[in-house]
Write a protein that binds this ligand. Structure first.
Ligand code: MTE
Ligand code: MOS
Length: 756
């Protein structure tokens, strides 16, 4: 079976393995192609006094140098349009590694030498590097967001016990295998074809048109696949492509801009670091009555998508739990660091940390077990199951998913075995932790919840599929092809998957917020259904039956009795009868709304639920640790493709574990990022995968929302399941509060501070 629910490979899996899958840098270079390299700011903050291109232009092969004054349109790459964000720094540099100019040359080495030859003259100013300093100074990129419910003051005053705390989590580098890249090729009369490794071809198109000051119809942006993106190619791809486009436009020659890994890490945004401060009122049973919290996000130097990240953090701060009275304030802070951006989970992974630390504190204060406190405050049961912004959670399902994760891990016996191990072992400490997740699915910006598709059936019955979604390894293209194959009742091989292009499906949203298959799956289904209906009409005419009697199955079209023909024969018959076999499909998520002033509404079409258990072991002498086991249960609705979904669950968990344990971005006191490659920035490797790694797609999911074939999004949520590793590390070391990443240094400090 290869329709819905079939465990098929990602469309290029084999070609990835053999190296045949083409990425932009693999394309043969056309004659006359120029290569670009960026001049990056050597200081974190300062006034630009001069940038002399002469030393670069004097080098062999260098053709031109472009700066902020060279944009025929606007030197503005703001994704939201809500603030001005320069393509090349103008007057002021605001972070170390900021793009100041682009050198183009006849080969890449010459371009890099040219960029290195330029020494901008900058009058240095004091930088703000610490998030806490930005919070204290109210250095903000955006108005604060406040989520409130009930009477917090009274709730806090009446609570028999209170506790307070603060902690922080770090950022995360996307570390996509394929770095940022674009090739811009001028065509006739000002046309530009841009190949971009982007999650958002439409934004690339729009921003290039803005920078060049031309109509959007001049610019065509294409992306066949990305070598990973993880949110890092949502807005950051746009400015990289805009720089290439600017140079192509000015020189009339094709321009390729591929960032070096170091430039990529220095100049492109990362996950937002967060600072949390909280006070909770609770009773001796561990039940929380009131909560006051501050969530501060480090947005870096410019706005980018920080409002969206802050929105997702604040709407996920209670996660799967219920607190009757609360006031949570969330800030998007400005510092002189790279502008932080989307990263798998988009503020959700940071938001959901809050309750975990509070549970540990309450457990320490009451002498209860963390799991008892967790259960006491979980949504549903005797507790409420409405989010503070007024959307219903499925408390029953949350409890069921969490219980299944505990059971899968053999929690009770494992606890006992760990206690026995720890009692016997002089230097090693094992720990166990769990986690439950309710992650909202939809873009927080309501109008972004739309998608389009374009389907053609040719005369031989072969089918060409195009839609606005992009493929970054997550398996979107095969899932949408499965949707179309099942609409036509043909094998999936009959569907030709094609590159995303603004020339085929216009005005699209980014492939992000895990909504790719929800949105594009529906759009493609609508397009395919429109064609199928016309085809059924023709078949009905041929056989003189009702259109409703026509069935599409196994590549055949049938109408009872022995009336049948192949799908290709019917396609041929349609052409002969002058019936169009091409259709667009358009989908917008129904039933979502948000009031940003009241901070209330139903912003999410539905929630994705998941739960996890992790077991770790920590070396008390070195602080080193390993995750020994992980048991994950993820609600995928009726999975469109369990093989792809399982890959997403496993990959996301490991990426989340990397963020929480080994990946540390290190800025020195001058604001220079010192972790600029795999030697200084440790992403998880194959040996970090827990030796016991059990992932389970929830069986019999209620799948209530009208999603495509009742499937659920899976791209981001399982990243948060790695929070169980953090909890397990705290359990092993006895830490109540533990900043992330939980590096060996931090774990040692926790152990020294009186932990176990
Ligand atoms: N999986 C792979 N292999 N590579 C990626 O870059 N990005 C993640 C997730 N899974 C990513 C991935 C992110 S951040 C998102 S939002 C979703 O995929 C986007 O795709 P989807 O909406 O089709 O799930
Ligand atoms: Mo994903 S962070 O929404 O691109």
């Amino acid at each position: 079976m290869d329709g819905m629910g079939a465990a098929l490979r990602q469309d290029s899996a084999l070609r990835h393995a053999t190296g045949e899958a083409g990425f932009i840098d693999d394309l043969p270079e056309v004659p006359g192609l120029l290569h670009g390299a960026l001049v990056l700011s050597p200081v974190a903050h300062g006034r630009i006094e001069a940038l002399d291109p002469a030393p670069a232009l004097a080098l062999p092969g260098v053709v031109a140098v472009f700066g902020p004054g060279d944009a025929p349109g606007r030197n503005d790459i703001s994704a939201s349009g809500a603030a001005q964000e320069p393509l090349f720094a103008e007057h002021l540099v605001e972070h170390w590694g900021q793009a100041m100019a682009l050198v183009v040359a006849t080969d890449r080495d010459a371009a890099l030498a040219g960029a290195a030859a330029i020494t901008p003259v900058i009058h240095a100013l004091p930088p703000v590097l610490e998030l806490a300093e930005a919070v204290a100074a109210r250095s903000l990129l955006m108005p604060p967001q406040v989520l409130a419910r009930g009477d917090v003051v009274a709730g806090m005053a009446q609570a028999p016990l209170t506790a307070s705390g603060s902690f922080r989590c770090g950022g995360q580098e996307h570390f996509y295998l394929e770095g940022q890249i674009a090739i811009a090729t001028p065509g006739e009369d000002g046309d530009l074809l841009v190949l971009s490794s982007t999650q958002h071809p439409t934004e690339v198109q729009h921003i290039i048109a803005r920078v060049l000051g031309c109509a959007q119809n001049r610019i065509t942006v294409q992306c066949r696949r990305m070598g990973g993106a993880f949110g890092g190619k949502e807005s950051n791809a746009s400015w990289v492509a805009a720089a290439a486009a600017l140079a192509a436009h000015a020189t009339g020659r094709p321009v390729k801009l591929r960032l070096t890994r170091k430039a990529d890490m220095a100049a492109t945004g990362k996950r937002h670091p967060f600072l949390f401060r909280w006070t909770a009122g609770f009773d001796a049973t561990g039940r929380i009555a009131a909560l006051e919290a501050l969530l501060a996000a480090d947005g870096g130097h410019s706005l980018d998508m920080t409002p969206g990240v802050v929105f997702r953090a604040i709407t996920h701060a209670l996660n799967a739990y219920d607190v009757p009275a609360l006031r949570i304030e969330a800030l998007g802070c400005k510092t002189n660091t790279v502008s932080n951006t989307a990263f798998r989970g988009f503020g959700g992974p940071q938001g959901v940390l809050l309750m975990e630390e509070i549970f540990r504190s309450i457990a320490a204060a009451t002498g209860l077990d963390v799991e008892t406190v967790r259960a006491k405050n979980m949504a549903g049961g005797e507790n409420g199951d409405e989010t503070p912004y007024g959307q219903a959670l499925d408390g029953k399902l949350i409890r069921r998913v969490h219980a299944e994760a505990l059971a899968a891990s053999g929690w009770v016996e494992r606890r006992a075995a760990i206690a026995a191990f720890n009692a016997e072992h002089p230097t090693l400490r094992k720990g166990l932790g769990s986690f439950a997740l309710a992650f909202g699915i939809s873009f927080g910006v309501m109008h972004m919840n739309q998608a389009g598709a374009l389907v053609h059936v040719y005369e031989d019955g072969s089918i060409r599929l195009n839609h606005g979604g992009t493929e970054m390894g997550q398996g979107l293209f095969i899932k949408v092809a499965q949707v179309v194959a099942s609409a036509f009742g043909v094998p999936v091989e009959r569907i030709r998957i094609t590159a995303t292009s603004t020339g085929e499906v216009p005005n699209t949203s980014p492939t992000a917020a895990s909504t790719g298959s929800d949105l594009n799956g529906w759009a493609a289904h609508l397009a395919a259904s429109a064609i199928r209906e016309r085809m059924a009409g023709v078949a009905a005419e041929i056989w003189a039956v009702e259109a409703g009697e026509i069935g599409f199955e196994d590549g055949m079209v049938r109408a009872g009795g022995n009336r049948q023909m192949s799908f290709g024969e019917l396609a041929h018959a349609c052409i002969r009868r002058r019936v169009s076999l091409s259709a667009t499909g358009f989908y917008k998520t129904p039933d979502i709304h948000w009031d940003p002033v009241a901070m209330r509404g139903k912003p999410f079409f539905y929630f994705s639920y998941g739960a996890s258990v992790a077991e770790v072991v920590v070396d008390r002498l070195t602080g080193e640790h390993r995750c020994l086991g992980a048991w994950l249960v993820q609600d995928c609705g009726r999975s469109l493709n369990p093989a792809v979904d399982r890959g997403q669950i496993e990959g996301a968990f490991i990426q989340g574990m990397g963020w929480m344990t080994s990946e540390e971005l290190y800025w020195d006191r001058t604001g220079r990022l010192r972790s600029l490659g795999p030697s200084t920035y440790k992403i998880p490797g194959s040996r970090d995968v827990p030796p016991v790694f059990v992932t389970r797609i929830l069986e019999g999911s209620p799948a209530r929302a009208e999603t495509i074939f009742r499937s659920k999004a899976v791209g981001e949520p399982p990243l948060m399941l790695a929070t169980a590793v953090w909890n397990a590390l705290c359990d092993a070391t006895g830490a109540v509060s533990l900043d992330l990443p939980a590096s060996p240094e931090r774990l040692l400090a926790a152990i020294r501070a009186g932990g176990r």
